[in-house]
Design a protein around this ligand. Structure first.
Ligand code: CDP
Length: 261
């Protein structure tokens, strides 16, 4: 929620630096790891600044209750949850209105990416737990979720990549922290795209921008999404290159055993 903060804070100083030293278009450090859970069909862990999210994918599998099934496509069931210890004021464990809303928008974004028509009568479950939160968690969650879907081998048009852009202290900036989201003039715009077609699959807005500011914010978002996309692809590549290496080693070991026998 934007716009509750201190009017005396300088959100972008004269040299163009923000509270944490970043430039206006600079993202926080982002780390993407895939295949982090043994029990799930696909998984990913993302650290984005102080945000930490873990995603687990199951399916496609049978829809229960059965009457919820769609005869033409798989249904995406997305559960975004914040751990009670992820925020300064210990959160109640039961999912609140905000988590239900975020699960819905994430489900719509992922539905646009997954080739759901290939799996009628089935469901694909995506569980995302936020372990630590510092604004931008829905995008951190989406980054993890789409990498986890790819890790599960689920056919997709593309990965989903995004960022939150907006405004603090009168300047258009990319990737707002909680301190920036709390600026009195803050605007927060989480946005996600399918990078190969630039199709926008998530766009929300909290606050007001001029047309010019929106143009700048939109451009920042596309550039940032491209960076996030590259990190996701790199993590998937790393995972499958190392998986191939393990398979090759196992094959060599098996051949050696056969020779010995
Ligand atoms: O996380 P995101 O920016 O996608 O969603 P938000 O609803 O705009 O929440 C912004 C931030 O507020 C979260 O990332 C948390 O850091 C914080 N928050 C909190 O401190 N306590 C909550 N119960 C919910 C959110």
């Amino acid at each position: 929620m934007a716009g509750k903060g201190n009017e005396n804070v300088t959100y972008v100083d004269k040299s163009g630096k923000r509270l944490d030293g970043r430039k206006v278009d600079e993202l926080r450090p982002i780390k993407v790891d895939v295949g982090v859970l043994d029990r799930a069909d696909g998984s990913a862990y993302v650290e984005w600044g102080h945000n930490k999210a873990i995603a687990a994918v199951y399916g496609p599998r049978e829809v229960l209750p059965k009457h919820m099934a769609n005869p033409y496509k798989a249904i995406m069931r997305v559960y975004y949850r914040m751990a009670p210890f992820s925020v300064p004021e210990h959160k109640r464990p039961a999912p609140g209105r905000r988590e239900i809303e975020i699960s819905k928008v994430l489900s719509e974004a992922l539905d646009a990416a997954v080739l759901t028509e290939r799996f009628p009568q089935s469901q694909i479950e995506v569980h995302i737990d936020i372990l630590d939160a510092d604004a931008g968690t829905r995008i951190t969650a989406l980054t993890a979720a789409s990498a986890a879907l790819a890790d599960a081998g689920i056919p997709m048009r593309d990965l989903v990549a995004g960022v939150s852009v907006g405004k603090a202290g009168g300047r258009v900036i990319a990737d707002l922290t909680k301190a920036e989201e709390d600026a009195s003039d803050a605007v927060d715009i989480p946005m996600a795209i399918l990078p190969s077609t630039k199709e926008v699959v998530l766009l929300q807005m909290d606050g007001i921008l001029t047309k010019e500011e929106w143009k700048d914010a939109h451009e920042l978002a596309h550039k940032a999404a491209e960076k996030v996309y590259n990190l996701q692809k790199e993590a998937l590549r790393k995972r499958y290159e190392s998986a191939e290496a393990v398979e090759e080693t196992e094959e060599i070991a098996e051949t050696k055993e056969e020779v010995v026998e």
